[in-house]
Design a protein around this ligand. Structure first.
Ligand code: CO
Length: 169
């Protein structure tokens, strides 16, 4: 078990478009395992490779439906379509203790490669759909505060600067 260091907002890797995974190598499998270890250890429900400093299109998600594990590995994911936008509070392991309301689709169609290299499409809704959208965004250099109105995003950025100065970020 390896728990990796999570990169916080402000690190340029979170703003880069991550590279497509062309082959599921042993290194990729090891990274996925470490990402699950890291996500569970941090009590998160999703983690994208750029959040551990690796600019590859891989994310892991487990929203623990009914308190039981239901892990997903999404490689090169693409949101194909979405419907029913709803606003809900969310957070991010790269933004400790910051929670904001974000509007996202409640239902999506997603295409992704799984850990065995198979290409899947899935229709998911609710919390899982929200997590898939949040993590897919990370692979495109996008973070959840990008959805906030300007004034609100600036307040969050100010708070981040304050915490960085206090060495609390
Ligand atoms: Co996040």
């Amino acid at each position: 078990m390896s728990v990796l260091k999570i990169v916080k907002y402000g690190d340029p890797v979170l703003r880069k478009k991550a590279q497509i995974v062309t082959e599921i190598t042993d290194d990729v499998k090891r990274l996925v395992k470490d990402m699950f270890d890291t996500m569970y250890a941090s009590k998160g429900v999703g983690l994208a490779a750029p959040q551990v400093g690796i600019s590859l299109q891989i994310c892991v998600v487990d929203v623990l439906p009914d308190g039981k594990n239901r892990p997903f590995v999404l490689i090169n994911p693409k949101i194909i379509s979405g419907e029913d936008k709803i606003e809900q509070e969310e957070g991010c392991l790269s933004f400790p203790k910051i929670y904001e309301k974000v509007r996202r689709y409640n239902k999506i169609n997603i295409e992704y490669t799984d850990i065995n290299g198979g290409v899947n499409t899935a229709e998911v809704e609710g919390f899982l759909a929200k997590a898939f959208q949040h993590e897919t965004d990370h692979l495109n250099g996008k973070v959840f505060i990008d959805y906030l109105p300007d004034w609100k995003r600036k307040l969050v950025e100010k708070e981040v600067r304050r915490r960085k100065k206090a060495k609390n970020w």
